[in-house]
Design a protein around this ligand. Sequence first.
Ligand SMILES: C[S@@+](CC[C@H](N)C(=O)[O-])C[C@H]1O[C@@H](n2cnc3c(N)ncnc32)[C@H](O)[C@@H]1O
Length: 357
Amino acid sequence: MEIALSHPELGYYSRPDLTWGRNGDYETSPEVHQIFGYLWARQIEECWNNLEQPSQFDLIEVGAGSGAFASAILTWLRDRSPECFEATQATLLDGNPIRLEAQNRALQIRGFNTDHQLLENWLVNNELINGVIISNEFFDALPVHLVERRDNRLYEWFVEMAGSSFKFVLGDTSTPNLEKYFHQLGLQSGESSRAEVCLAAPNILRRITDRIGRGYLLTMDYGYEAKDLYASWRKMGTLMAFQNHSPQPDPLSMPGQLDLTAHVDFTTLAWTAKDAGLEAAPTVSQAEALTALGLPVTLGAAEKRAHVNVARFVEERRAAAQLTDLTGLGRIRVLALAKDGPLEDLLCLRSIEQAYR
Ligand SMILES: C[S@@+](CC[C@H](N)C(=O)[O-])C[C@H]1O[C@@H](n2cnc3c(N)ncnc32)[C@H](O)[C@@H]1O
């Protein structure tokens, strides 16, 4: 999975023509409409205020895709919160120089002066940052171990050549860390059920949090708490392959051409962050977060202007429905973490009642 996604030339995320919108293999929230980034920009502004409006405020995006999310956030800050914008030093991180170049071009065209770095290079720098780290669908794009428990013993599915194609073969686990992972959670994956374990996710999260001096990390991904992710009824786990918006039956076919993804274990991510000295809030759905960030108000304003610009209103209403659809993007979970900054009352976490009081 790691090679299929990240091989420097043949990996899925190294493809020069990769897009994440309607013409890609799947549509991410920032590609649906700029409204997504505009709403999150309010959260970024609140974090800047919570950190006492530092004159140098770091905004880091991990796994920045086309650059659409960062572009929308910076556009809103420039137009609506100029002081915060002035203080913001934005850095986009990704795993491949091709992605960094595309992101750099996208931000430059919109007039933004941003920094672009390979995630691995950024992680080995030990300077502490003061600001916000964001990511959307980054952790669910990391490679996983595929495991299965049989007769109460954990095995691992490996990938082997079979003629000119690939097949899964069952073997002993490649590392004791897989059994340890379940042990730490105090649960077991279901008997005869496939399940994914992403050892890379807590590892990278820990390294990211080690770079936070003071600030926040906001991450959005498809995923569940561990007890739901590893529920015994989930017989085939969550590993999925996508092409042209359609799930593909065989994740081993067309390596490098299919997007591969597996749901995130938010329990382990939150524990990892707490272990690193951060505070973690219970996750909320994207539908809840965007509503708390003011989506209904934004829509209401567009509705009032509908007679002037009906196309814009219709477009924003469609985007709002898609971004909050609980069978689609709206069920993405938002994990908010804080180091030395107030967390509980963060705008995106407020209940609807609090947000509209
Ligand atoms: C599913 S895409 C999401 C893109 C963007 N955040 C969005 O929402 O449209 C995953 C992103 O993470 C990057 N990525 C995947 N694996 C990575 C890794 N190991 N290190 C750094 N970036 C990685 C990909 O290149 C891509 O930009």
